[in-house]
Structure formats: structure tokens, C-alpha cells
Design a binder for this molecule. Sequence first.
Ligand code: PLP
Length: 360
Amino acid sequence: MKMKTSITVARVKESKIKNYDFQNINFGSNTTDHMFISEYKNNEWRNPRIIPYQDVPFSPISLGLHYGQSIFEGFKAYKLIDGNISVFRPKKHFQRMNKSLKRMCMPLVSEDLFMSAIESLIQLEQNWVPNQNDASLYIRPLIIATEARLGVKISDEYLFMIVCMPMASYYNKNLKVKVETEFIRAADGGTGNAKCAGNYGAAFYPTQIANKQGFDQILWTDSEHHEFIEESGTMNVMFVIENKLITPAISNTILDGVTRDSIIKIAKDLGIKVEERKISYIELIDGFNSNVEIEAFGVGTAAVISPIECIDIKGKLFYPKISNDATYSILALKLSDIRTGKAEDLNHWNYIIKTSNDLN
Ligand SMILES: *Cc1c(COP(=O)(O)O)cnc(C)c1O
């Protein structure tokens, strides 16, 4: 048996949950009562602890603020229909976090530290996990370089934090997207497959231009040909063409999404043919022009599945199928049923948190 990392807990004097309106969840700045924090110094993660949610001090010369050693993760805790609280695939997120850390020359975190932190924090914040169908508690780990020193170098000190906030379900928010053929998100050999802060900052400008043109999101294309679809914002992208689920294969320019992986497994279990391969916007245009039924949707932890109702390709608009009996709707329902315990969790994706009732 592995030793569990011991995490000390300093509780708030009074929870702010009484003033929180779960009927009207407003995602963004309403964090829960507590946060996890640990400092990396002298080659080890120190003093892992849970403290009341609070601001943390940063030196203006913290390396992470200047040179971008900063990574994050995002996943969710759900209330199961049997009353248990489950975190969706935390170990998969843990593995991806360490991949991001490695790419950014940041110190890895042990599985034990990560899982102990999640377990303790969600145990403590269990009342913050919403009851409503498909609402969730969003969990955001982040690690940033904190060594106070100017000079372009790998930091020797870091801060690892985990914060949580309730999130409503995003049902029926259909997206209008634009295929981006000028700007890029990631190039071969770059950091596209790391969840590092800089990737998002660099995406804001082209996304802002698309927003001003009336689009919600960009569909990024490859950096070399500006032709092959990559992904979108913080979502991987999938198409259903002639009953086949087609999604760009994971590469070093595409983030290896946990939702993507889950949807692919569910689709295969349902007998849907899945192709992970390059897909060009020309193939999409050809499909639309020959009146083939096409579904398009984004998949990611935040919105889970976001149907795309309109795609701009080089100034021309195309309209994928939007329907409650479309393949994406079936896949979304199945994933939701697994996450909430209505369908059997054959792949063991739900990590059940021991709640106070189970503890002595
Ligand atoms: C987080 C993210 C995704 C989705 O990953 P999930 O694990 O499904 O949440 C996809 N693309 C990018 C760029 C992301 O940052």
C-alpha cells in the first residue's frame, strides 16, 4: 500500500454557501470556500494543505509572470443519482497535467499528491457539488513559476493550487464557428498539446476578430497548409459524416482531450464507426455541396458537447445538422448518463469521493 500524502486542512470560520444561489449558477468568479496549495522549493513539493480561498502574493519578478511557465487542468465533480460524489476521470487529467509540466520544464506532481489533494478538497467542498442534472463542480488545478528573479531561465520555485467553482449545464448552446486560415494556434513541434497558459493568450486576438464578425469560436487549421481542421478554443472537434464519427487524430498540435477520448469510446461501444484522421475544410465543403448530412460539434470538459450550427469556410456559410436525434445528441446523453450514474460505468471513469457519511 502506498502512503497517502497527508494534507492539512484549515477551515473557513463560516461557509459562504448560504449566500450562493444554486438555481442561478454564475460561473466565473464565485469560488468555493477553500483551495488547495503547495509550494515547490529545494526540489520538492512542500506543505500540501487546504486553506480558506484567498489571494496569493506574487513578486513582480516571479518568473512565471514573465516567461510563461504556467499550466492548468480542468475537470468536474458530479452528484450521482445514488447521492455519491464522483470526479470524472481525474487520473487521466493528472497524466495530462504531468505531460504539460514536462513540456514546460516544470516539476512533476506525484499521482498520490494529486489524488490526495483532489480527494481532500472535494470531500471538504461536497456541499458545493450542485444537485441539478448536469450541473457540476468545476475543478481547476494550476501550477505557475514563482521564483523571484529576472533572467530567462527555468524557475526553481513553483506554486500548485486547486480551486473549485459550481458550473451550470450548458445545454442547447449551439455555436457559430469560423474556419481560421490566417492565424494559427499551434505548429508542429510547439506546445499545442500542452495545457499551458500561453496557448490561450495567443489565441485571443484571432478569436476576438472572429467574435466581432459574429462567430462564437474559431476552428483552427494546421499551421502549414491552413487546410486541415485541428480543434477549437478549449474543445476538440468532431464531425459525423455518413454515420461515421470523424475527428482529427491527436498530434503534437492538438490537445489530447479527455472528453474526446470518452466520446470516442462511447461511440465505439454503440457500434458507431470512428475515424481518427486528418479532415480538410475542402472535404467539408464537398460534403455540404453534395447534400450529405453532416454533424459538427465541439467536445471538452466545460461545455461537454457543443453542437455547431453554422461554419464559415472562406466567407461561405454552411449549416451542419442540429437535432435531438442527431448522433451528437445520443453521445451527449450517454456520456451524461454515465457521469451521473444512470448508465453503467463500464470503463470506471467515475472516481467516487468518500464523503463524511463513509468516514468514522
Ligand atoms: C482543455 C482543452 C480541450 C478539451 O480537453 P478536455 O480534457 O476534454 O477538457 C481541448 N482543446 C484545448 C485546446 C483545451 O485546452
